[in-house]
Write a protein that binds this ligand. Structure first.
Ligand SMILES: [Zn+2]
Length: 135
């Protein structure tokens, strides 16, 4: 994994581009409810959630229920994890080349959280807030 901000930005755009070629990953989008929630909580809070949730759910060497620990919906970060292949250690190994069986470093958690946040941000930009939203 690389260190500079430019490198990370490049890694994020290349990874989002790579994910867009997967029919499975590409079909995810946030539910209206999640968009309303994300906007109401604000970026700093969702960003904190992303880091906490990745650390808690995929950070350990052998996460609990690995492969099934990430619900499909219920929080914007959950949906974003499936879309960015950060949902379980199998997907993280396959897509992001971080081996299973060892704890994620802080750098790795932060980088994957940045990817999740970039995906959420892109979804929000592509779906501007409307006056009336069913939730
Ligand atoms: Zn997975």
């Amino acid at each position: 994994m690389t260190t500079s901000v430019e490198d990370e930005q490049r890694w994020i755009s290349e990874t989002l581009e790579r994910l867009s070629h997967s029919q499975f990953r590409d079909k995810f989008q946030l539910a209206d409810k999640d968009r309303v929630y994300a906007r109401a909580k604000g970026k700093a809070t969702i960003d904190r959630h992303a880091r906490e949730m990745l650390r808690d759910r995929v950070g350990a060497a052998e996460p609990k229920n690995d492969g099934r620990q990430t619900p499909w919906r219920g929080h914007p970060v959950f949906t974003a994890q499936h879309a960015t292949a950060t949902c379980c250690r199998g997907c993280i190994e396959k897509w992001h080349h971080i081996p299973k069986g060892r704890e994620l470093t802080d750098d790795e958690v932060n980088r994957l959280a940045d990817l999740v946040m970039a995906w959420i941000e892109r979804d929000l930009v592509n779906h501007p807030a409307r006056w009336f939203v069913k939730s």
